[in-house]
Design a protein around this ligand. Structure first.
Ligand SMILES: Nc1ncnc2c1ncn2[C@@H]1O[C@H](COP(=O)(O)OP(=O)(O)OP(=O)(O)O)[C@@H](O)[C@H]1O
Length: 716
């Protein structure tokens, strides 16, 4: 019975072909070793068998079925996959790691315990309580193997499983694989650099430059090529391959390409690609095991469950396992957990302390020439009164000068922000204006003169407001008021609203959004690059359950984050909040979810941590500036760009939070429920996009997209 069959399979990355026209047939219950130099395409071939890579052309059958065509073959619990990378979770203990994979495969408690003991004995695993991150390379490799074998798979696909193992352990792993292939009919496909190790395999496939030069029983090959060892056979085949290539090249150069003969020495036994019954190919013991253990099979055997129900159950089961695992990871690292919960609140605290406060003791010069009212009138000097008012303000630190040019010199030397010159006629002209408002000369004589350094917008606005207030208070006292607007009670907010009140709601949202975006993006990129995702995909754990499981566990942190943030901002820093605190909490949660799903999407299109980092930054900073958080949207320079902010989820967070916090609107108000629902739609949309992007990656679309971006040095 054929376990794996490849027919004319070709696969490349970008423009370079890695596997070329490969034909291969592997029988059930055999050990097969792919041997070849580094970069010859062994891992690529394994990924094709597992359905992780789709061939550019040719056909792949595993137990007679195309990968992903059925829950009974690959990917699924039928496979035991150990990727070349260690692909483990550094924060988990060995016990938790093996248990996680046992849970993914739906193993019963008893069977898990039995198999775990077998794995400990076989692989001489360190104590189960050891944290994976603290293990040596060889120990990690052994744990990785235990994870691949714990569920007694029918097809073991092991990418360089013996790297880093001592010779004794290597021999015992190979013996174990031999034992399970003989006694339980397990098919084993391994890649190895150790050519001697391949000798114990039933079949060895000697690979070079994406082609199988020769394949078959090692002893038969040694005999066939009349060599002393398999290594010599390989050398001979490589030389022959080289001379074939040279001949071909000469023929091409000599314009004799039509005579070039086919140098493919592939194992091209023609076997019809028909579907075979998987159950026939699995030994009875294994079949029994799988009936007990895999969620897919156990549900199928109970025919009362429909296929949809089965999929949902497996999905829930996987999501739960992943959620549990992620939560353990989160709780294990106390410092990271602390930072995750408190970071947005810490950043908010720093923000509230440093931003929006009223500046104090700004150096300011006054040149008061006011002579007051002439003799004969009631003694009065408005200039002195105004200076006294300014003295009372914390904002200014006043320096007195008699000479205006000396005072201005202070501003030029950056020792003061401005100079207020009060003319000698200030009081007299101001009083006379009460009865002669239209007199232009009196108007000019009653004006104070301000000379300033206007470079700091906030400072100059603050000084002007302080002067204005002092002027109005003094003149208002004598009914010389220049106020023309009567301020009725506010509809929303108050005249005292400060810059901080305007930015605070959006800022609270932005911090959570950024933290969730970066953290989840990083988690997924690390899992992707470490091969952990590949391992899960090989077991048919869908990306939907992986993303959902991860998000579910992270909601726990998000809730704590939101609570701390609300307490800090509303109760500690008294940021104005006139609406429902629960509504604010809900908006922060959905906003955090938007960050998480965007992080997931970014991870799906990133091929390295640095590309994910740059994409995350590239999403965050524009969002900060365009979302209307720091500046009104209508303040954007070009009115034809007003629609841009509405492309960012954070804009809706800011709108909704401002409407709840500053205006105190309820959920039923369109100003709250509309942005809230749009934010929710963003979460769902980004979730779907991430899932599609990860699935497309299997078809290598996003890789092409990344390659395209890297061409323009956008990502490396
Ligand atoms: N994602 C990828 N994008 C571009 N090129 C890739 C990618 N993965 C592998 N390659 C290239 O394909 C070729 C074959 O890689 P593969 O990992 O299959 O080799 P291998 O035989 O398993 O090597 P090793 O024994 O070192 O693991 C290599 O040249 C590698 O650089």
């Amino acid at each position: 019975m054929t376990a794996i069959q490849l027919k004319n399979v070709t696969r490349g990355y970008g423009n370079s072909k890695v596997i070329e026209n490969m034909n291969l047939s592997i029988k059930c219950g055999t050990i097969n070793a792919l041997v070849g130099s580094s970069g010859c395409g062994k891992t690529t071939m394994l990924k094709i068998v597992l359905g992780r890579l789709v061939p550019d052309c040719g056909e792949v059958r595993v137990f007679g079925l195309e990968p992903y065509s059925s829950a009974l073959t690959v990917p699924g619990s039928i496979v035991g996959y150990a990727p070349q990378e260690i692909a483990l979770y550094n924060d988990l203990t060995i016990g938790e790691t093996i248990k996680f994979f046992a849970t993914v495969h739906g193993m019963t408690k008893e069977n898990y315990k039995k198999r775990k003991k077998e794995m400990v004995d076989l692989l001489e695993l360190p104590p189960m309580s050891r944290v994976v991150g603290t293990l040596s390379g060889g120990q990690k490799r052994r744990v990785s193997l235990a994870c691949a074998l714990v569920h007694s798979p029918t097809l073991c696909v092991l990418d360089e499983p013996t790297v880093g193992l001592d010779p004794l352990l290597r021999a015992s792993v190979i013996n174990y694989l031999k034992m399970i292939s003989e006694s339980a009919g397990v098919t084993v496909l391994i890649t190895t650099h150790y050519i001697e190790e391949a000798k114990v395999a039933d079949n060895v496939f000697l690979m070079r430059n994406g082609k199988i030069l020769e394949g078959g029983d090692p002893e038969d090959l040694i005999r066939k090529y009349q060599c002393d060892s398999l290594e010599d056979v390989f050398l001979q085949l490589c030389k022959s391959d080289n001379s074939q290539k040279n001949l071909l090249a000469e023929n091409v150069v000599g314009g004799n390409s039509s005579n070039s003969k086919n140098i493919d020495m592939n194992h091209s036994e023609e076997i019809p690609l028909k579907n075979v019954n998987l159950r026939d190919s699995i030994s009875s013991e294994n079949q029994q095991y799988h009936n007990q253990e895999t969620p897919e099979e156990s549900v199928i055997s109970k025919s009362r469950f429909s296929k949809i129900l089965q999929t949902i159950l497996v999905f829930i089961f996987h999501s739960w396992a992943i959620s549990k695992r992620t939560l353990i990871q989160v709780l294990r690292n106390r410092l990271v957990l602390f930072m995750e919960i408190f970071l947005p609140a810490i950043v908010a605290t720093i923000f509230f302390i440093c931003i929006g406060g009223i500046p104090r003791s700004l150096p300011f010069c006054i040149v008061n020439h006011d002579l007051g009212l002439p003799p004969g009138f009631t003694p009065m000097n408005l200039g002195l009164e105004m200076v006294a008012k300014l003295e009372q303000s914390d904002i200014l630190k006043i320096y007195y000068y008699n000479d205006t040019s000396q005072a201005i010199d202070m501003v030029k030397r950056e020792k003061a922000w401005g100079v207020l010159e009060i003319p000698s006629t200030f009081t007299y002209a101001s009083i006379l204006r009460i009865s002669d408002v239209s007199n232009q000369t009196l108007a000019n004589q009653s004006k104070v003169h301000l000379t300033m350094d206007y470079t700091d917008f906030e400072v100059q606005a603050m000084i002007r407001a302080t002067l204005q207030n002092a002027h109005q208070e003094v003149t208002g006292k004598y009914n010389i008021s220049t106020e023309t607007i009567y301020y009725e009670p506010a509809v929303y907010g108050s005249l005292d609203n400060k810059f901080l009140d305007f930015v605070a709601p959006g800022i609270i949202g932005i911090f959570t959004y950024a933290q969730c975006l970066c953290m989840v993006g990083l988690i997924f990129v690390i899992e992707k690059l470490s091969g952990s995702l590949d391992r899960l995909f090989a077991y048919n754990v869908s990306i939907v359950s992986i993303v959902l499981g991860t998000l579910l566990s992270r909601i726990f942190i998000l809730i704590l984050q939101a609570c701390v943030l609300i307490v800090i901002s509303i109760y500690a820093f008294e940021v104005p909040h006139n609406g429902s605190v629960f509504l604010l909490f809900l908006i922060i949660i959905v906003n955090g979810l938007a960050g998480m799903t965007l992080g997931t999407f970014i991870s799906s299109v990133s091929n390295s941590e640095s590309s994910a980092f740059h994409l995350a930054l590239g999403c965050f900073f524009p969002t900060l500036f365009i979302s209307g958080t720091l500046w009104p949207i209508k303040g954007i320079k070009f009115s034809w760009l007003y629609w841009i902010p509405y492309l960012a989820p954070s804009t809706y967070t800011t709108i909704a939070m401002r409407n709840v916090s500053l205006r105190g609107l309820p959920f039923s108000d369109p100003g709250v429920y509309q942005p809230f629902l749009i934010l929710l739609a963003w979460v769902v949309g980004l979730f779907i996009l991430s899932v599609i992007s990860y699935q497309r990656r299997q078809r290598n679309w996003s890789l092409k997209f990344s390659n395209y971006l890297s061409k323009f040095n956008i990502i490396k």
